[in-house]
Design a protein. Structure first.
Length: 314
């Protein structure tokens, strides 16, 4: 029997999806792709294959999950299976350099960024960036890995020479223009089936955490505005009647890159310039924000996968 196959490496991030698949009485199977074997002479089973491999897999001791998944996706695509977030999506997920180049190709503005390989080339890259304030981040990241804000190259030198310096898993560090927002928030735009579902306002006053999933915890506190909230408030808030013009550009970008499910994050500076800085093809949703708004990303995703299954095999 054909079914929905969920390719992943983190059990904590599958529960909300499998609950919705069961709610809709959809057949599914989980493929945990941390490690394994793959017979390239065999044929894959029939079904819909949804890739949820994350750039942060190495932080869960799943160092080679993306590489193994790339092999599995090549096998699936070779045999013409329907793959949601296939090889191209995985390439974008595990490389911010690839993200930025693809976004720029689509005419979408990203922060000025210089890459560096080698610890002391990070310092040289910061000099070339020539900004009074800048941030560092890892090319293959997740959970805020490598994100640090600096106001001088001397402060960066102390970090590089100090015990808290983090080596990026792929060796590539990004040195990036610091975008100072007039208010401490960013907006994450969620898409299912390549179509906009909602925008969620993320409060960054107490730190900058990219992952809205309930299972995530704030480990690296990074505030892009250096402002503090005056009173406790919801960290995630789904915006009502929100569909700015950039959404049309995002949908075109996703179509061009064969990405069906994604969360795209953007920040606006004091002059009103919008900078897109992250594309998450392994997107998660915040249950509190969704309950308050009555909109459910995983339900939309389960319906989308179920519709593909019915269209192809029923």
């Amino acid at each position: 029997m054909s079914k929905i196959y969920v390719l992943h490496e983190n059990d904590e991030w599958t529960g909300h999806l499998t609950e919705r698949l069961e709610e809709l009485n959809l057949p599914y199977e989980l493929w945990h792709l941390d490690q394994g074997t793959l017979d390239l002479t065999s044929e894959p089973p029939e079904g819909i294959f949804y890739n949820r491999i994350s750039a942060s897999s190495h932080t869960r001791n799943h160092r080679f999950a993306p590489e193994y998944t790339e092999a599995v996706l090549a096998w699936l695509e070779r045999h013409g299976r329907t793959v949601i977030n296939g090889s191209r999506a995985l390439r974008l997920e595990i490389s911010k350099v690839n993200q930025y180049m693809a976004l720029n190709q689509a005419g979408i503005q990203t922060p000025k960024t210089i890459t560096a390989v080698g610890r002391y080339n990070i310092l040289e890259a910061a000099r070339k960036l020539d900004q009074s304030s800048f941030i560092t981040k890892h090319n293959r990241a997740g959970k805020g890995q490598g994100v640090q804000l600096f106001h001088s190259t001397e402060a960066l030198r102390e970090y590089i020479d100090g015990p808290s310096f983090e080596e990026p898993v792929d060796g590539i560090t990004l040195i990036q223009q610091y975008i100072e927002a007039p208010e401490p928030y960013i907006v994450r735009h969620e898409f299912v089936g390549g179509k906009f579902v909602y925008g969620v306002k993320v409060d960054t006053s107490e730190g900058f955490e990219l992952c809205p999933a309930d299972a995530c915890t704030i480990e690296d506190l990074y505030c892009p505005t250096d402002q503090q909230a005056e009173a406790p408030k919801a960290k995630f808030q789904i915006l009502k009647n929100y569909r700015p013009d950039i959404v049309d550009h995002y949908e075109a970008f996703l179509e061009e890159n064969n990405v069906q499910v994604a969360g795209i994050e953007a920040i606006q500076d004091a002059e009103g310039n919008l900078y897109t800085y992250d594309v998450n093809t392994n997107t998660n949703y915040n249950s509190d924000a969704e309950a308050a708004a009555g909109t459910y990303g995983m339900l939309e995703l389960a319906r989308y996968l179920g519709g593909l299954l019915e269209k192809s095999y029923v």
